[in-house]
Ligand binder design. Structure first.
Ligand SMILES: Nc1ncnc2c1ncn2[C@@H]1O[C@H](COP(=O)(O)OP(=O)(O)OP(=O)(O)O)[C@@H](O)[C@H]1O
Ligand SMILES: CC(C)(CO)[C@@H](O)C(=O)NCCC(=O)O
Length: 296
């Protein structure tokens, strides 16, 4: 089975998917888990945690795909894969890895690996142009073209981050439970904060999704018409139902994206190996440097 690991800023999500389902847009996980992200964890500590959680399932792992949105943990994650998963194929999604997603932005290297794999998974599953919304430490709203290109998008403070900041900065406000209020007319301090935090985030996402949809349509005639708006992230169950534009909620979108990247990288490596063995040149003409799109 393929082990996918998404190290987020607050939580780390893990799942096991059946091997050999590389091209399938969506495959149900056989096992999943969520743990707190510990920013100072070492490669050995990460391995201890992952192995401990997997227990006997560890023996069934024949591949690992991972990403980290925490730069400090990228090195440790690589160390864990190289030292503790040396015997199985593994892919760490970072700049240089051929995900097949063209990144049409100023600096492709700075785009978070989570946003890249989410764009891939949403496009593979729903086709056409789409908008990806994540409700995690940050709230992101990203545009993906009909051809599956990452066009850019928005990065905003996440709902829990906003709630913490408000309680820390306003003397009369306390942390509140992040749930949708009964009505937009907040009739208490707690409800007023829930309106602002939860319904406010939903309204922001709706506004951005509509504007990004218009940008996609303006760039490409095939982007006109309904655009799938795909939500994921730890707070999606709370906020996505309050959004008018969200059409799908895929809780494991990032992990599915990791699974797809693993399949692509493995297929490319096998094609290279076949060519090397048979002495055949790569298919197609070499791409001229000026015409090359930024991919990773
Ligand atoms: N059941 C829940 N109820 C309330 N908040 C939750 C729940 N589950 C997760 N969260 C919150 O969701 C956020 C974590 O979501 P997620 O794992 O998508 O983000 P993350 O780990 O920070 O990833 P990223 O760095 O990609 O944003 C945290 O702010 C956490 O407090
Ligand atoms: C935006 C977040 C925090 C979303 O998880 C992550 O993708 C990240 O740290 N990205 C780097 C900056 C960027 O994507 O442009």
């Amino acid at each position: 089975m393929l082990l996918c690991i998404d190290v987020g800023n607050t939580q780390t999500a893990l799942a096991l998917y059946p091997s050999g389902s590389d091209d399938d847009a969506a495959v149900a996980s056989r096992w999943d888990a969520r743990i707190r992200t510990e920013r100072r964890a070492t490669a050995d500590e990460l391995a201890l945690t992952v192995r401990g959680m997997l227990g006997p399932l560890l023996a069934e792992v024949d591949g690992v795909a991972a990403l980290s949105t925490v730069p400090a943990l990228l090195r440790e994650l690589r160390g864990m894969l190289d030292k503790h998963f040396a015997g199985v194929e593994h892919v760490l999604v970072e700049p240089g890895v051929r995900t097949g997603v063209p990144l049409l932005v100023d600096n492709p290297k700075e785009v978070g690996a989570d946003r890249v794999v989410q764009a891939l998974a949403a496009h593979q599953r729903f086709g056409g142009p789409c908008v990806v919304v994540t409700f995690g430490t940050s709230t992101t709203v990203d545009a993906v073209s009909a051809a599956g290109e990452f066009l850019g998008g928005a990065i905003a403070a996440g709902v829990a981050v906003s709630a913490d900041a408000l309680a820390a900065r306003a003397a009369g406000l306390r942390p509140v439970e992040l749930v949708a209020p009964r009505s937009v007319l907040g009739r208490s301090t707690v409800e007023g904060m829930q309106v602002g935090l939860v319904l406010g985030a939903a309204a922001m996402v709706d506004g951005l999704a509509r504007r990004l949809g218009a940008e996609i349509a303006a760039k490409d005639a095939s982007g006109r018409g309904p655009v799938a708006v795909v939500a994921c992230g730890g707070l999606a169950p709370v906020v996505a139902p309050e959004c008018e534009t969200v059409t799908h909620h895929v809780p494991d979108l990032t992990l599915q994206g990791l699974r797809l990247v693993f399949g692509r990288v493995r297929a490319a490596a096998r094609a290279r190996e076949d060519r090397r063995r048979t002495g055949q040149p790569a298919e197609g003409r070499p791409v001229e440097p000026g015409a090359r799109k930024a991919r990773r």
